[in-house]
Design a protein around this ligand. Structure first.
Ligand code: FES
Length: 510
């Protein structure tokens, strides 16, 4: 069936288009607060909320607009079912800690439900079962091991051999009583409460450094100092490294989502197909009607090739499964992944008693952002928290994870070198309006984007973080770095760190 793309808004998420947005000023003077939070996504806002509950005076800064990053582009499943995960987790961190990991996420899910109830937040929160399913024999083996892990961990579960829709599966493992919601309706409600509580919020304010002392200060790009008793880095990638070597311990991944009206409804539940390529399905409400979010096609940032092929693959899957009537939105999201796939939440390093970090949520940041909020709150108040040793960024990581991560980093190093060596015959004339790519210009290789009205923007493709080659992302119209996930606009400005400086624009523009 030919799918309609009527009114489709390229690369904009359904959440962002549907939700009202607050605007906040930039920082124009030195300021002080008890707690300075850098990053206004779900982890920054949830942590700010937690700190105000505990009586702290909080100030939030974001380099862009609030909620523009991963939070505005998530599939927003509020669940402890983090893909096929627990069998391996038990092998690597042991049963007692794996139990605590599940407990931390279940408590986080309950915390979201409590906040929604207490503050009467209208965010389409719905309790749903979460399904992992497979169509392959090898997948059944994996799911059986995962079922065994669920049993040992005491997770409420069901085993199925068919799904309530036409998917021709071999097996499915269900985690019962999970949830989904509209992430921006939820977070906007928290933002309004934060404003009522006197929290100062600033946008378009890039944090570039920390001046360490008993009262540390975030230094902004404009040179202002935001001094606090505590600093919490909730940015996508930690904005300040503090010799924690985070760039050697996290890698970025990109995946895609399509929001579509379907001819058949998606039966009650949230679904994740574990066979390659992975597929995710959930419903969402759009202007009072039910639509389906179809996700998947993950790859390392900057290494995905033609983005439109990823969207087309998701649409084809959606059409074969439920029948697509109209595609409404397409967007991609960028997630940070740690060495052992457990987020880094806690003191930035052992030597930073008053600087904290929360990052590396993979695709499961709805619950783990709330784990971060309570865990960091407890650390600041000097209270013991049972989950500290699981999430601490200073933890030792077991060998299989290190080996896997080394493979990732070898791939990163290969990208660094191959990008530098690769020549191109493509010229600016070969680019269609609205298209970007690496071109040869005046005998040099550079990045070019040709706008719809024919203007050409040229950048040096050397990432200003540690020198990898950035790649064009046609879906978001950004230059993305495959090494540590920095992203730059068509004019080279930093969209997302760890890079702090823009791409060079040493070429004369057309
Ligand atoms: Fe580290 Fe580009 S983000 S080199």
């Amino acid at each position: 069936m030919e799918q309609e793309h009527k009114g489709m808004d390229q690369a904009k998420s359904l959440w962002l288009t549907e939700s009202k947005r607050h605007s906040f000023p930039t920082v124009t003077e030195d300021l002080t607060a008890d707690v300075i939070i850098v990053g206004g996504g779900i982890s920054g806002i949830a942590t700010a909320f937690e700190m105000t509950e505990r009586g702290f005076d909080v100030l939030i800064v974001d380099a862009d607009r609030l909620l523009q990053g991963t939070t505005g582009h998530t599939t927003a499943k509020v669940t402890s079912q983090h893909d096929v995960y627990y069998h391996e987790l038990i092998q690597h961190i042991g049963m007692p800690k794996a139990r605590l990991y599940v407990e931390a996420n279940e408590k986080a899910k309950e915390l979201i439900q409590t906040r929604v109830k207490e503050h009467k937040i209208n965010c389409q929160l719905e309790i749903k079962n979460a399904y992992l399913y497979t169509k392959e024999e090898s997948g059944v083996k994996k799911l059986k091991k995962e079922l065994d892990a669920y049993t040992q961990l005491g997770i409420d579960r069901e085993w199925k051999t068919e799904l309530p829709f036409d998917a021709d599966i071999q097996a499915a493992l269900v985690m019962t009583e999970q949830a989904q919601f509209h992430p921006l309706h939820y977070i906007n409600a928290l933002i309004e409460l934060l404003i009522e509580r006197g929290v100062r919020i600033f946008e378009q304010t890039t944090a570039v450094d920390v001046k360490e002392s008993e009262r540390p200060a975030v230094v902004t790009k404009s040179g202002h100092h935001l001094t606090g008793r505590y600093i919490i880095s909730c940015s996508h990638f930690p904005f300040y490294d503090g010799k924690g070597l985070y760039f050697t311990r996290i890698h970025p991944e990109q995946s895609y989502v399509v929001a579509a009206k379907t001819t058949k409804p998606l039966p009650d539940g949230m679904y994740l197909g574990i066979d390659q390529p992975v597929r995710s399905l959930r419903t969402a409400e759009f202007h009072g009607e039910e639509v389906v979010l179809i996700g998947g096609e993950g790859h390392k940032t900057g290494q995905g090739g033609d983005e439109s092929a990823h969207y087309e693959a998701l649409e084809k899957f959606g059409d074969n499964t439920l029948g697509i009537e109209e595609v409404l939105y397409r967007w991609s999201t960028h997630d940070m992944v740690t060495m052992d796939q457990i987020p880094y939440i806690g003191h930035l390093t052992k030597n930073h008693p008053n600087i904290f970090v929360a990052t590396g949520f993979r695709k499961w940041g709805m619950t783990t952002s709330h784990v971060a909020a309570t865990l960091i709150g407890d650390l600041i108040e000097g209270k013991s928290n049972p989950y500290e040793s699981i999430f601490t960024p200073s933890r030792l990581v077991s060998y299989p994870f290190v080996k896997d991560f080394m493979k990732e980093n070898t791939n990163v190093a290969a990208k660094l070198i191959s990008g530098k060596l690769k020549q191109t015959d493509q010229t600016i004339d070969d680019l269609k309006p609205g298209e970007g790519g690496i071109v040869s210009y005046e005998q040099k290789k550079c990045g070019a984007f040709k706008s719809e009205d024919g203007n050409v923007f040229l950048v040096d493709t050397t990432c200003t973080h540690l020198g990898c080659e950035v790649a064009w992302n046609n879906s978001d119209r950004t230059w993305d770095c495959p090494c540590h996930g920095s992203r730059f606009s068509i004019t080279g400005e930093v969209v997302e760190g760890p890079a702090k400086k823009p791409l060079k624009r040493s070429y004369k523009e057309q």
